[in-house]
Design a protein around this ligand. Structure first.
Ligand SMILES: Cc1ncc(COP(=O)(O)O)c(C=O)c1O
Length: 414
């Protein structure tokens, strides 16, 4: 082909090469290590004089096929596939910050990321300041001489707020620091990293990239646009000299990803490469089902409130429309007034599954205050928008009439 493929075709063909015996799906190379005939050959690979595999913690052909495809979906750059979304975030953050540095993070985060910043990285001399990502003045005021990273989610999970990421990127760049964007909820189908001015992106591929709830995985995308040649980042100096725009990828691959060892398993990379092929079709259905359900819930007498950026009266509608091309994702939240009635509503659902995940083909619900956010105090819950009656719904790709019927019968019974 002499012209670049469009996004929906890249989902299927991006980076793919013919497999053995004409196989059209990516071969699963289930091998820990790779043998070389001569000692000199392996030395050449280790020293970077020849291209080759060494050990699956460092690289694997099945995982490389996934990485190539995911990088192409972000318009180029490089990708590092990891064991989970948390592994992607941890590896990316540890590549950038060192002991004594500060992270400025959105206060509207997935609970695992919040805990990584608040509870884990704080033990290693890395401090995180949390700030409302919608308050641009507070974000600008939150940057100080120790800040080395701005971290934000495209659509906060579970708050479902939609920060103006290009405006946040401008603040980060004016301070000479990168912005790392977690695009798990939007995926590259809704969110274009270049339009967001993101330097680095991460996704939990366990969600929409996989699509059927079979696999845990994550990815780090380096768009190769941040200038790491800066006195704020002396630890990038040698990597920048050799790898220039891709100093981040080099530092991550040669140090943190290799040393932390949270690599993708080859079989998981295969499942993710299969899953990503239908991302566009599935995301359209997730989005339209979420909108249909949000509209239904907004009109139901037992529902106290509904939050979905796709609703015209949502305070996030305008920014989401501008950034995500008229699509608003598959997540919505609603409340029935108190915890007891929320539990009753969840218990009454027959189709939707009550479990801790998002982005599955199946419709999922959870009561975050008593589960994924149970460890947080009242102030933290309120920062994350988690009320006692909040039910988070991850709209699946079933027929919307069946989803709505399910919620109708559960809510009518309250
Ligand atoms: C926005 C977001 N980021 C990161 C993660 C972590 O991903 P994983 O569970 O694959 O580690 C999740 C998981 O729910 C998430 O929702």
């Amino acid at each position: 082909m002499d012209r670049p493929l469009h996004f929906d075709s890249l989902l299927i063909h991006g980076g793919s090469e013919p497999g053995p015996a004409g196989a059209t799906s990516v071969p699963i190379v289930q091998s820990s290590s790779y043998a070389y005939q001569r000692a000199e050959d392996l030395e050449d690979v280790f020293r970077g004089r020849a291209v080759g595999q060494v050990y699956t913690r460092i690289g694997n052909p099945t995982t490389e096929a996934l990485e190539k495809r995911l990088a192409l979906l972000e318009g180029g750059g490089t990708a590092i596939a990891t064991a989970s979304g948390m592994a992607a975030i941890t590896t990316a953050v540890m590549t950038i910050v060192r002991s004594g540095d500060e992270i400025l993070a959105s206060s509207s985060l997935f609970g695992g990321t919040f805990s990584l910043f608040r509870d884990t990285l704080s033990n290693y001399g890395i401090t995180t300041r949390f700030v409302d990502p919608l308050d641009l003045e507070a974000v600008a005021a939150g940057v100080n001489e120790r800040t080395r990273l701005l971290f934000v989610e495209t659509i906060g999970n579970p708050k479902l707020d939609v920060p103006d990421i290009p405006a946040l990127a401008d603040i980060a760049h004016a301070a000479g620091i990168p912005i790392l964007v977690d695009s798990t909820v939007t995926t590259p189908y809704l969110a274009d990293g270049a339009q967001l001015k993101a330097d680095i992106l991460t996704y939990s591929t366990s969600k929409y990239i996989n699509g059927t709830g079979t696999t845990i995985g994550g990815v780090i995308i380096d768009r190769g646009v941040f200038n790491w040649n800066s006195p704020l980042f002396p630890h990038f100096e040698t990597f920048h000299k050799k790898y220039r725009a891709f100093a981040f990828t080099a530092r991550a691959r040669k140090l943190v990803h290799k040393d932390v060892g949270a690599c993708a398993a080859p079989f998981n990379s295969f499942l993710l490469t299969e899953g990503v092929q239908t991302l566009a079709l599935r995301m359209d259905r997730h989005c339209s089902n979420a909108l249909a359900l949000a509209r239904f819930l907004a009109a139901h007498p037992k529902v106290a409130w509904v939050s979905y950026p796709g609703l015209e009266d949502s305070p996030h509608h305008a920014v989401a429309t501008k950034l995500y091309n008229g699509r608003y994702g598959g997540l919505l939240t609603f409340g029935t007034g108190d915890k007891a009635s929320s539990f009753q509503a969840i218990n009454g659902l027959r189709l939707a599954k009550n479990l801790a995940n998002i982005g599955d083909a199946k419709t999922l619900v959870i009561h975050p205050a008593s589960t994924i956010c149970a460890d947080y105090n009242i102030e933290e819950k309120s920062l994350m928008g988690v009320t006692e009656d909040l039910i988070r719904v991850s709209a699946g790709i079933e027929d919307s009439r069946d989803i709505i019927d399910d919620f109708k019968q559960a809510l009518d019974a309250l």
